[in-house]
Ligand binder design. Structure first.
Ligand SMILES: Nc1ncnc2c1ncn2[C@@H]1O[C@H](COP(=O)(O)OP(=O)(O)OP(=O)(O)O)[C@@H](O)[C@H]1O
Ligand SMILES: [Mg+2]
Length: 243
């Protein structure tokens, strides 16, 4: 397993129990979906993996998060990023006054390999989003929601992650644009072999590109199965207003 959660409990501000003993497995090369309604604990799971919990007065109060066989509970976000985990947060954080190209290059700053390798990777990454690259000299603040989502994913890829964490990439996108982004996510996984944990409320978009899925309700795993199996089932009762 590339990533494991063993009975993880998460406390915010020492009182709010956001995860109540969650066990997850993410095998190398797979796409794993985490579905659930507002407040279920989906983003909390991603923050526990990326170390960002510590910036929000949260902590892993029980259990273990294990990446490549190593326990990463409480490890700082910068150290986790360098170990090969990259997170695209909800809400598309980018540098609005920099151009598309400049934003993507920011993603390569933590790398220590040479300029040539970085230039090659830039070319590979821009091939996933040709429509975005056509706008490489446009300032990021003027992009549409879909283009901005493509940009934040591209920025994350420039760190060459083994594990890519995506928090609700479809949020606020028109259906066609969302489909386009999800096709690209699948292609990234297929072409680069990047393992992906995909947090989504939209099961119709995420299940077809996923290998496995967990449904989270109220800080617990309510259901887990191969994505293909869940595609044929009505799972809305688990996550549409179920909290
Ligand atoms: N920094 C924080 N301090 C206190 N409580 C928090 C904090 N962040 C999240 N929570 C609480 O933890 C629970 C899980 O939140 P989380 O953001 O993980 O949900 P989510 O599934 O990502 O929801 P959404 O779909 O709305 O993004 C919620 O009850 C939320 O209010
Ligand atoms: Mg969230």
């Amino acid at each position: 397993m590339l990533l494991e959660f063993n009975e993880v409990e998460i406390l915010y501000s020492n009182i709010i129990l956001a995860l109540k003993g969650v066990t997850l497995e993410v095998s190398e090369g797979s796409i794993v979906s985490i579905l659930g309604s507002n407040g279920a604990g989906k983003s909390t799971i991603l923050k526990a993996i990326s170390g960002l919990l510590t910036t929000e007065s949260g902590r892993i109060s029980k259990g273990a998060v294990i990446f490549q066989g190593k326990r990463i509970n409480g490890v700082e976000p910068a150290v986790i990023a360098r170990s090969g985990i990259s997170m695209v947060m909800e809400g598309r954080a980018l540098f609005r006054s920099l151009t598309v190209e400049e934003n993507i290059k920011v993603g390569s700053l933590i790398r220590k390999d040479g300029k040539k390798q970085i230039a090659e990777d830039l070319e590979t990454i821009t091939r996933f989003f040709p429509r975005l690259w056509e706008r490489k000299r446009q300032t990021a603040g003027t992009l549409s929601g879909g283009e901005a989502q493509m940009l934040v994913i591209s920025m994350a890829l420039m760190t060459k992650p083994k594990l890519l964490l995506l928090d609700e990439p479809s949020l606020g996108l028109a259906p066609l644009m969302a489909e386009h982004v999800f096709e690209a996510i699948k292609k990234i996984n297929a072409d680069l072999g990047t393992t992906i944990v995909l947090v989504e409320q939209n099961a119709y978009l995420s299940l077809p590109i996923s290998d496995f899925a967990y449904v989270i309700t109220n800080g617990q795993v309510a259901l887990k199965a191969a994505a293909e199996e869940l595609e044929g089932r009505d799972i809305s009762c688990y996550y549409l207003g179920a909290n």
